[in-house]
Design a protein around this ligand. Structure first.
Ligand code: HEM
Length: 412
């Protein structure tokens, strides 16, 4: 169980957080909003609709209640107001045991200083320079499966692409990528506690060692850049390592799920697939398609905040100190904002979604993730003019935050 993909990072804290989140969920087992049920994970949208219509501010859990915001306007307003809906203390950082500052658990001005370190390597301009390598990686992955009758579009394509791309940016050698991905997936998605703990330990150790190596011999990649800032005393070493882990996590997991969910959603919509393939040289059209796919199956379903004051909304009182979950997946399906939200339309001008968050925490990887999806998806669909998803589709259990697909077998 985790509150947000980016909060999983840090061993013992993760277990603390698991405890406080999962307990009220188990006790109450509410029919309203229980992200831990299989039916919710398979199809959260009817629950979201009910929340938006009947209880847009929903309190859930007894001992340590959580507050859930479901409508687009409320979610957007909360994301924009970091003074009232703070990231400090959200996720695993309850109880003031802070020993690392992460982007997602800080507010300005600490947040600004950390965030500045990413500006150079994640800007749209820096990311545009990766276009050729993303195209080459896509082509080589598709070449490897040429002529096969079935293909795991998640495990053998999307995750392989994203691990290669973010590793290039971080300077992670090719030979380390497969084991690192294995540790990452075990630690994040395994329901075997021992495997998950081992994965966590190996994953953490890897970044400690990478940082130490780059401190000794700085390189031109993002890791080297961060370590130079550490050397100059501008960034704390622990914070820098946490940032590396978070960037790897966001860079691998979220865009892989964006691409895999897109293939799943498009399985029943051949005309939309054809549009994406035909529009691949039309950057504007391809961009719109990616935004719509991110809206339709929002990879990060919700993000946590802590209310810093009593907030009255729709007749409910959210008390100061409460944890508030902002349901991005619901906001992106709000009929008050989107016409026919349950309709996937890759030509829709869904440019104002909350798929990548907003405000000071707006996703730093958005330009890169959008580029990866825009370049890779049409190429993948072009080699799959006809396909059927092999049932059953299994989402990993135990992490309802992410609409995740570790494997998605399609037959052509
Ligand atoms: C290259 C891929 C990606 C990387 C490296 C990345 C990295 C990050 C990082 C480091 C943050 C924290 C920013 C901050 O707190 O200031 C963030 C935030 C966020 N990212 Fe990404 N991300 C990637 C892809 C995606 C994708 C594909 C989505 C969804 C479509 C996404 C959704 C979000 C959201 C919703 C937040 C806001 C979290 C919050 O406000 O609490 N990310 N991302």
């Amino acid at each position: 169980v985790s509150v947000a993909w980016h909060a999983r990072g840090n061993g013992k804290k993760m277990r603390r957080r698991d405890k406080w989140l999962s307990e009220p969920v188990r006790i109450l087992a509410t029919m309203w909003f229980d992200p831990h049920t299989i039916s919710f994970e398979d199809d959260p949208y009817p629950v979201y609709r009910r929340l938006r219509d009947e209880e847009p501010v929903h309190r859930y859990g007894d001992t340590e209640p959580l507050w859930v915001l479901a409508r687009f306007d409320d979610v957007s307003a909360a994301i924009a107001d970091w003074h009232t809906f703070s990231s400090v203390g959200s996720t695993c950082y309850r109880g003031g045991e802070i020993d690392q500052r992460q982007l997602i658990t800080t507010d300005p001005p600490v947040h600004d200083a950390l965030r500045r370190t990413t500006r150079e390597h994640f800007s749209p301009k820096a990311v545009a320079a990766l276009e050729d390598s993303i195209r080459a990686e896509t082509a080589s992955l598709l070449e490897a499966v040429r002529g096969t009758e079935s293909l795991d579009v998640a495990g053998a394509f999307a995750w392989q692409l994203t691990v290669a791309v973010i590793s290039g940016l971080l300077g992670i050698p090719e030979s380390d990528q497969a084991p690192l991905l294995g540790w990452y997936q075990a630690r994040t998605y395994s329901d075997d506690a021992v495997r998950a703990a081992e994965g966590q330990a190996d994953f953490d150790r890897y970044f400690d060692e990478l940082a130490a190596e780059r401190l000794a011999r700085p390189t031109d990649d993002f890791t080297g850049h961060l370590m130079r800032l550490v050397e100059a005393g501008e960034v704390d070493e622990t914070d820098a390592i946490a940032l590396l882990r978070d960037v790897f996590e966001g860079g691998v997991d979220v865009p892989a799920n964006l691409i895999a969910n897109a293939v799943l959603a498009l399985a029943e919509r051949p005309e939309q697939r054809a549009h994406i393939v035909q529009a691949r040289e039309d950057t504007a059209a391809a961009r719109l398609a990616v935004e719509e796919l991110a809206r339709f199956e929002t990879p990060i379903q919700y993000i946590p905040r802590i209310a810093t004051a009593d907030v009255e909304l729709h007749g409910e009182l959210i008390p100061s100190g409460a944890t508030v979950l902002l349901l991005l997946g619901s906001a992106n399906h709000d009929e008050r904002q989107f016409e026919e939200p349950e309709l996937l339309d890759v030509t829709r001008r869904a440019t104002r979604t909350v798929a990548f968050g907003a405000g000071v925490h707006f996703c730093i990887g958005a330009p890169l993730a959008r580029l990866e999806a825009r370049l890779a998806l049409p190429e993948l669909l072009a080699v799959l003019p006809e396909y059927d998803v092999v049932e059953p589709v299994r989402r990993p259990r135990g992490d309802p935050v992410m609409r995740a697909l570790l494997s998605l077998e399609v037959a052509r």
